[in-house]
Write a protein that binds this ligand. Sequence first.
Ligand code: NAD
Length: 496
Amino acid sequence: MAEQFKNFIDGRWSAAQAAKTFENRNPANRNDLIGLFPSSSGEDVDAAVAAAKKTFASWRLVPAPKRGEIIFRVGELLRKHKEALARVETREMGKVLKETRGDVQEGIDCAFYVAGEGRRLFGETTPAELPNKFAMSVRTPVGVCALITPWNFPLAIPTWKLFPALICGNTVILKPAEDTPHTAVKFIEILNEAGVPPGVVNLVHGGGEEVGAALVRHRDVQLVSFTGSAAVGREIAAACGENLKRVSLELGGKNAQIVMEDADLDLAVEGALWGAFGTTGQRCTATSRLIVHRDVAKKVTEMLVDRARKIKIGDGLDESVEMGPLINDTARQKVLRYIDIGKQEGARLIIGGAIHDAGACANGYFFQPTIFDQVKPDMRIAQEEIFGPVLSIIEITSFDQAIEVLNGTRYGLSSSIYTADVGRAFRAMRDIEAGITYVNGPTIGAEVHLPFGGVKDTGNGHREAGTTVYDIFSEWKSIYVDYSGKLQKAQIDSVE
Ligand code: NAD
């Protein structure tokens, strides 16, 4: 009998109103059924929002340093359960253990980083323009927040949203992706054990169109924090716009790595492999374009193909495996479609391009590491997010052309340049249109104490992590205290 999981509302595990469920299976082996999860409805969303709304009244008054202590305990528990959590993640979404351990570590780092913010959350004091008057600004919580998350970082992304939301005094409803509900359950268990009070964090499983959309449209939800595809992000932004609701969006990417002719080629190839094929190319920051100077293009391509050929594909729970499966069949069909598109557009497929179903991989959604060369910057494979292990090599002949090609997509999340020329490095830092730029490092990877997010269609101007995330999850309030004992009028009485 498959294990049946529940929602978590107002501090209790509870079945959804309707008895419908959905299956969660291991993408490395479809025969491995992880469990059944509730296909929740609008009624479950109503219950979760009501709990979060009721609890907001008390949680917002808990001193922020105390809220920070609870988050610190969450960090300690995540550390204690790191290995078990990594295994849960790998089993339900496929990336290799080394990477899921990293995913949990990101959650731990985030907990310790945000816990300390409980003793900061700094506002400003500033002189008033009138005598005997005091002026300051403080952060206040926003209210009930809906956190809608994707499956590719099933623990890290929820922590990036949830800890800052909580430290600022908000209450939340987490709606995890349908492909990774088990990690969310484990995360909630840890939040409980750490002493997060009932109603502060609520979990509702289910589909985007049912649960996600109901949260976005709910009148008692003040803020939507979304990470996922640009298509869904647009819908959410429109719905939030209609209701004048605060919304932060972290969307897709078409990230590029530039390799100039003066680069350390071993380093650049190492970076490109990790960037393109880490997490089977399913990272928002994945390297999907390699922009290489013509003088070194042949050499770089040969080195890449040689290394890509040796990547060991398989079940991520096997420590020797380097690349796991794609998340599901829809994703695999999408990658296959782009292989056809690339060929039709005239790009040359030089390695991979097919499903990998040899031996033990027969029951999973595996795909070969794939590289196209002779790619033109405006081809669809160089413009659209494929979200799979597919790298497009584009040749350029100058630094200026490299920057132009890199900037020539509608996305702007991560970017990278490999060069030994400090002048080029600084020009790249200035001229690349992206939220993240690496010099002599791959496009993937982020540290929690720096802002994370992108420009153009990658988002709507917000940045998670860093100090900037608190601007998403708090409102600024300006406070004036007039102790002059008389009516003083700003701009009127202060004029000479
Ligand atoms: P997705 O947009 O399909 O789903 C993301 C979440 O939104 C899921 O929980 C889903 O159930 C929910 N959802 C779907 N339709 C909805 C609707 N109409 N209303 C409300 N919620 C809805 O994305 P995905 O396939 O889970 O994730 C992959 C995408 O996420 C890629 O495009 C990737 O680039 C992006 N991503 C971005 C970042 C970032 O920080 N920029 C990080 C990770 C992933």
